[in-house]
Design a protein. Sequence first.
Length: 93
Amino acid sequence: MNRQLINSETLEAWLTAHPQWSLEGKSLYKQHKFADFSAAWGFMNRVALLAEQLNHHPDWCNSYSRVEITLTTHDAGGITSLDLQLAEAIDTF
């Protein structure tokens, strides 16, 4: 997987195509809301399995029916194509 920072033009184009994600500092951010805790936890389980396959793990927070996800490649110091790939895969759930 490519762990080099993406350029600002690529990031801007990606964010335009994926308006449910936002830029927060050097990270991608998205909040998911579910019907209840069980649905939120099920979503987190699916994302966890995917993250293990990619060996790239989100920073996230769960509060009852809400899951907040932050993606960044820490060892690169910002957003890489791996973050974009994981975000797009998360959006399929």
